[in-house]
Design a protein around this ligand. Structure first.
Ligand SMILES: Cc1ncc(COP(=O)(O)O)c(C=O)c1O
Length: 474
């Protein structure tokens, strides 16, 4: 098959692909044709450092993962109604990373499917329908999940809030309802948890409707890389269970060792969810995801007498790939790497914040880091224009970052786990340059859109020595 030119690809995409499937950098999209480790390559062979892709967890096209998938594909691929070793070994492996009691797995194809099944399990087990989710949360694209994803249903063109959905404030101590300039971390955790308690109380009084589930990411990505206070989930889980509901931890983005110290981010909170969902990194880009739950909840599902069948979920190829991802994380000590490189990244970003007042907050765990860009530190007003400028300019520096949070002002860093300290140096040096440029532009009151401003921008290739100079100057 002949390669298309970039213009031809754009033309065909415009003609045949739904417009709601949006591209990164819409004005000048990237055509990416190759990936290797933490790098992506465009059609001209230009290399980009990928700071976004938590799906390519052990690195783009990791040879061992590719090999495992190819080997199984030449042997057999079929569905989970036949006995096969790959699915049971994968389930055993997942369960070995879970707290006691979370011991039954269901395999699906995407994070959305995992969360949809989790809601179904919760509703069947509890006999209740109402769901509590967090403000600004995203849990997937299926109808059931758009209904509980404030991030989507609350948009101007969104479907709005359904009766069975309750939204609790995001436990964000920097720019949420309860903030760290007024309360201690412990108070903030209690205040946010009490909001969930109040929702449970109100639901009890509402025509006998009860809570089926509380669902939350253990660390909140789309809401703006938010790290909830340490005491938050334990208190929330008490309220939810007292109201008859079960607790679902969505680990689709933050699971599989991204936070380093633990396999799963909920472990940082000393809680045991009733249902855990996982996806993205599980197949390193191959569509596989899973739901893990207790024998009791699984028994309620079985008790309905309705068979659960998923054509592709848990097929031998997908499970071979997931097993290879587990092997690679362990063999290459990627969780340990997430700890050391992640701490270095946080530290360097915090150093950068000492120099740039446009950085209001730096937060994170392992290789899950957020940089909150503000107009000024006093008001903490989100600075979307600066964040967008940074995103565009970083792309010109061949570094891919993304923005999130309700105001699109939070720089999200969640790179493949093979990210190195050298990569951190590159990112921080480039951030330093572009933040300086933004400041200069605003100081001289000539702020232009990044695209219009491109001609004025000096190309910068960060090196370790420029980074060392930068750190010295802080
Ligand atoms: C936290 C979270 N849950 C669920 C999903 C849905 O996963 P998928 O896109 O694989 O269906 C996403 C996707 O971005 C997510 O970020």
């Amino acid at each position: 098959m002949q390669d298309l030119t970039k213009q031809e690809t754009i033309a065909l995409r415009e003609k045949y692909i739904g417009k709601s499937c949006q591209l990164f950098f819409r004005d000048n999209p990237l055509k990416i044709v190759k990936g290797k480790a933490q790098y992506l390559y465009d059609e001209s062979g230009d290399q980009y450092l990928d700071c976004i892709n938590n799906v390519a967890h052990v690195g783009h096209c990791h040879p061992d993962v590719v090999e495992a998938g190819c080997a199984q594909m030449t042997e057999l691929n079929t569905n989970s109604r036949f006995l096969h070793d790959n699915i049971v070994l994968c389930a055993k492996r997942i369960v070995s990373t879970m707290p006691r009691g979370l011991s039954v797995c269901f395999f699906v194809n995407s994070g959305s499917e995992a969360n949809d099944l989790a809601l179904r399990l919760a509703q069947i087990h509890t006999g209740n329908k109402d769901v509590i989710a967090l403000e600004h949360a995203y849990h997937g694209h299926l109808t059931s999940l758009i209904e509980i994803s404030h991030y989507k249903f609350n948009l101007p063109g969104g479907i709005g809030q359904k009766d069975h959905v309750h939204i609790a404030p995001i436990p964000d101590s920097y720019r949420g309802k309860y903030r760290n300039d007024r309360y201690s971390d412990e108070e903030i955790g209690e205040l946010y948890a009490d909001e969930v308690g109040q929702i449970c109380e109100n639901a009890k009084n509402k025509n006998g409707a009860g809570i089926s589930a509380f669902i939350a990411e253990s660390m909140i990505s789309c809401g703006g890389q938010v790290i909830p206070p340490k005491n938050y989930f334990s208190q929330v889980y008490k309220y939810v269970r007292a109201a008859g509901g079960v607790c679902i931890a969505d680990e689709v983005q933050v699971g599989f060792g991204r936070i380093g110290h633990h396999w799963w981010a909920f472990e940082d909170y000393d809680v045991r969810p009733d249902i855990v969902t996982m996806g993205k990194p599980m197949g390193n880009g191959h569509p596989i995801a899973a739901v893990v739950t207790t024998p009791e909840i699984a028994a309620s599902f079985f008790g309905t007498g309705v068979e659960y069948f998923n054509t592709y979920g848990g097929n031998p190829v997908s499970c071979a790939i997931a097993n290879a991802v587990f092997d690679t994380i362990e063999r290459e000590n990627l969780r340990e790497r997430a700890v050391t490189v992640g701490e270095y990244l946080l530290d360097c970003c915090q150093q950068l914040a000492k120099k740039h007042h446009l950085i209001g907050d730096v937060r994170g765990a392992g290789l899950f880091v957020g940089i909150d860009i503000v107009e000024d530190r006093q008001s903490r007003r989100p600075n979307r224009s600066c964040a967008e400028f940074v995103r565009q300019r970083m792309r010109e520096e061949h570094i891919l970052i993304s923005l999130d949070g309700p105001d699109c002002n939070i720089i999200k860093l969640k790179p493949p786990m093979v990210f190195s300290k050298g990569n951190v140096n590159e990112v921080v040096a480039a951030l330093d340059t572009v933040l300086e440029e933004y400041k200069h532009k605003t100081d001289t009151d000539t702020i232009q859109t990044p695209a219009a401003g491109r001609a004025n921008v000096k190309k910068h290739r960060p090196t370790t020595s420029t980074f060392k100079k930068l750190i010295k100057s802080m």
